[in-house]
Ligand binder design. Structure first.
Ligand code: NAP
Length: 282
């Protein structure tokens, strides 16, 4: 019997809006999109970095893929609405990937309320504003929404009270959104990576608490390209799912889900080991 293969969702002619596409995971994804003939529009703030990315991606582009960039702060809702409507008017949108995000790490009393506000405004409201603005422009059926959350959206991590609050919010948003958009044929692929190499982590490494470093690295760090490959494989298939890149990361997430008390016990031991090795205050 002959079986008909479903065509890849990522195919020449598609157009994907990528927030945070000028760095880290977003940029890795854009490299793969344009190499597959998928057009991208990147949203980020820094114009110089956007222009350097546009040059690089245009050189990589195949099969008529186009590259456009728009400088927008996703934490400013009116600008987001205007920008997304303008982007969709120029070229119909097929999908949206929200990778724009920031990090503030520290003990709860060491983070200011302004830190919490920045993290929640950019990582949560920025993500929601972009997806909300893009949804009316996505094809039904066939549209794809890909929010980049984190393993920190599925569990607690030392030093991440702001970041975990934000990423848990994105997990909840995506899980609730599915009920509204799946009946129309729009897929929601929620991506929850563990730590991967990126400028975001380079900056974090300069200031992070030793406890955060030890606790976070319970899950092995992966190259950004490995995370991007998992996201691409999932987008290729279309539809809805939760994507946790890396077998070890999946096993640890599953273990924490099935036995949360054991997960907390392991975390507390790692944190205590670091604290016990610290010099006593004078
Ligand atoms: N790196 C990790 O270990 C890790 C692990 C799990 C999840 N994640 C998540 O993965 C996503 C990408 O992380 P990454 O490591 O690739 O970060 P990255 O290299 O720092 O890139 C962040 C991107 O977001 C953009 N951005 C930040 N604030 C913005 C704003 N207000 N408006 C518009 N664009 C903004 C940045 O450009 P501009 O600064 O020019 O605006 C940049 O393009 C984030 O959501 C992060 O939380 C990262």
């Amino acid at each position: 019997m002959r079986t008909t293969r479903r065509p890849s969702w990522l195919r020449p002619g598609r157009h994907v809006l990528v927030t945070g596409g000028s760095s880290g995971l977003g940029l890795e994804l854009c490299r793969r999109f344009v190499a597959r003939g998928v057009s991208v529009t990147i949203v980020a703030r820094d114009r110089d970095r956007l222009s350097a990315c546009a040059d690089e991606l245009t050189r990589l582009a195949c099969d008529g893929a186009s590259v456009a960039t728009v400088s927008v702060d996703v934490a400013v809702p009116d600008s987001v609405e205007r920008a997304v409507t303008g982007i969709a008017r120029i070229r119909p949108l097929d999908g949206v990937v929200t990778s724009a995000g920031i990090m503030r790490e520290g003990r709860v009393g060491d983070l200011s309320l302004a830190d919490y506000s920045d993290v929640l405004d950019i990582n949560v409201l920025g993500t929601i504003a972009v997806i909300r603005a893009a949804l009316p422009h996505l094809p039904r059926p066939g549209g794809l929404v890909v929010p980049i959350a984190s393993v920190a959206g599925l569990t607690g991590v030392y030093g991440y009270t702001a970041y975990c609050a934000a990423k848990h919010a994105i997990v909840g948003f995506a899980d609730a959104l599915r009920y509204e958009v799946e009946p129309d044929g729009i897929g929601v692929q929620l991506v929850c990576p563990g730590e991967f190499d990126s400028p975001f982590v380079d900056a974090l490494d300069k200031t992070r608490t030793p406890e955060n470093r030890a606790h976070t690295l319970t899950i092995p760090k992966l190259p950004a390209g490995r995370i991007a490959d998992s996201v691409i494989a999932s987008m290729d298939r279309g539809g809805s799912r939760r994507v946790v890149p890396g077998t070890m990361t999946q096993l640890i997430v599953l273990g924490q889900h099935l036995a949360p008390a054991a997960g907390r016990f392991v975390g507390r031991r790692k944190i205590a080991a670091v604290q016990n090795a610290m010099p006593a205050p004078p």
